[in-house]
Write a protein that binds this ligand. Sequence first.
Ligand code: ARG
Length: 467
Amino acid sequence: MSKLWGGRFTKQTNHLVEEYTASINFDKALAEEDIQGSLAHVTMLGKCGILPAEDVETIKEGLITVLHKIRAGEVEFSVSDEDIHMNIEKNLIETIGPVGGKLHTGRSRNDQVATDMHLYLRERVVGFVGMLHALQEALIGQAKDNLDTIVPGYTHLQRAQPILFAHHLMAYVSMFQRDAERLMDSYKRINVLPLGAGALAGTTFPIDRHFVAEQLGFDGVYENSLDAVSDRDFIVEFLAAASLIMTHLSRLSEELVLWSSTEFGFVELDDAFCTGSSIMPQKKNPDVPELVRGKTGRVYGNLIGLLTVLKSLPLAYNKDMQEDKEGMFDTVATLEGALQLFAPMIATMKVNKDRMRQAVNQDFSNATDIADFLVGEGLPFRQAHEVIGKTVLYCIQNGKYLLDLTIDEFKQFSPLFDDRIYAVLQPEAVVNARNVYGGTASNQVAEAISRSEKLLGQTEQWIENRG
Ligand code: ARG
């Protein structure tokens, strides 16, 4: 059989042109969605009296046969049929004869491909919300086990103030919560049907777009036919959401790499999630977080790539838009790979509480708290800051930490010091003094955990409603 659009042509397509313009090598990933959309379309053609019932039945059976053949790997896709849509249509016609040629009535590849992409991304987004949920649960599990684990909190990667390790982990739970909410919000714009827009202007056939939307589980249809075939915002939104997820994963990755170094020794990743060196027998490398950190770049690249494709693109469909796919598929695969590994890697991570405690005892991260003590005694904060700065300098010069100083040594710097400061300086006291909503005090962190768990319950409900 020749080209589906061959009528107007007098020459064969140059084979390099075929190779260059074909998308079948990557859009074959849309086969399931393409057939799902076609089944709804042809059902609607029957319901609206555009095709006789027996043709509709034949085409539907044919589409199911083609689907099974594709699943069984029995369909050989061909570059000369350009893309998944024409490969499937051609195969359908080969399977059931010329009646297969009626499927494309009232439809264009332009609204067809857009529909496929909406169907594809819709399902993936629900999956990613579920994977984020699993990661949040793993982080919360570790947080619960570490409600009494104190660790230095850092700014500028310098020890700043002691915090609960649980509090640190819960920061990531908040980030992934925003990520999940972004995806759930984007779902509203993904779950809209473009089909029925035709090539760009609608169709002369008396179709029922809302019926197709209902069949496919879309919440609505595109308002404007030009917009329906030209819009790729929903993919940009997904790529942007994915970029932020990777940003968050890369920050956590960097911390895991640091924490599992001998220098920190705060955590140990499970053997099952690490790899070795081909030359140095002692090595246990955190390859997974390193690679997640590294793969963040390609996801950003895919976002910028698609934005650039769309920039200045005139309405309506242009072939440029075929470039929307590989970046999306690559992002889906990259994100899936990272999220799938992260939840079990976090859940099995060993936390070295003693090492963290040692780090807290051997630093000055309680300095703010004695400054605050002096403020409580009536000294203006700026003066208290100066006094403690001098006290810390004295400690450094004498190889001591604040808790090692005698009360007489303290009094050299301010007469306002008294014995109460030893209690104030204890790491537990320092942590629990930050008893504000969102702070690191243990009761605040416990409440943050239960609020997060409630949000996770809402996420579960959201997923279930779309399952
Ligand atoms: N393979 C094409 C794409 O992905 C399908 C739409 C083609 N439409 C057209 N008029 N050439 O964009």
